[in-house]
Design a protein around this ligand. Structure first.
Ligand code: 5GP
Length: 196
């Protein structure tokens, strides 16, 4: 897979569960003037309350996911938290970039590694880090998840934090408005770098 220097930006965002990356991207998309969209990714996990199919995620069963992989339709994929498959359908990305719309992927560190291998010079990766590890523990506890699932997420979080050095930028999310402004500035530079 080759790089596409003339396409609109591809921004990969990763970071541990509970660090606030989804909120950060939602706020950015709500207030930015930049032409941007968040890719709707696919997952085999069950829909949570309040989630909307085809908006929050494409909710696929394992067979459908395996079929998409076999047909080479996924840009990247990973088994997250050691049990569910998550992945980005290619059609969520390239057609938009070709039309000048920057695409944001909020994916785990394994998926970010695959995008890096596939498009080495054609994406920008940002790791969202918590000011302190204890903040994550507190945020995950506040979500009221069962103990087992909370511990699994904390374990994944530890592994993800260990890989933050692989990213182009590290953005510490201490304060939402500041972090949003920083992310927007990163994207504005990336649009400019690509002559857009
Ligand atoms: P959740 O189950 O809480 O919605 O998401 C769990 C994790 O899966 C998050 O860290 C999220 O970034 C990651 N994730 C969501 N979609 C994708 C995807 O398409 N690919 C990969 N690799 N990770 C994803």
């Amino acid at each position: 897979m080759s790089d596409h220097p003339r396409l609109a930006p591809l921004l990969v965002i990763s970071g541990p569960a509970g660090v606030g990356k989804s909120t950060l991207v939602d706020v950015l998309l709500a207030q930015t003037q930049l032409p941007l969209r968040r890719a709707v990714t696919a997952t085999t996990r069950k829909k949570r309350e309040g989630e909307v199919p085809e908006v929050s995620y494409h909710f696929w069963d394992r067979q459908r996911f395996q079929d998409a992989l076999a047909r080479n339709e996924m840009l990247e994929w990973a088994e997250v938290h050691g049990r569910d498959f998550y992945g980005t359908p290619q059609v969520e990305v390239d057609p938009y970039r070709e039309r000048g719309i920057g695409v944001i992927l909020v994916i785990d560190v394994q998926g970010a590694g695959q995008v890096r291998a596939r498009y080495p010079n054609d994406h920008l990766s940002v790791f969202i880090a918590p000011p302190r590890f204890e903040d994550l523990v507190a945020r995950l506890a506040a979500r009221g998840e069962p103990e087992e699932s909370r511990l699994r997420r904390l374990n994944t979080a530890r592994q993800e934090l260990a890989r933050q050095g692989e990213f182009d930028r590290i953005l510490v999310n201490a304060d939402l408005p500041t972090a949003t402004a920083e992310l927007e500035a990163i994207l504005r530079d990336e649009f400019q770098r690509r002559g857009r």
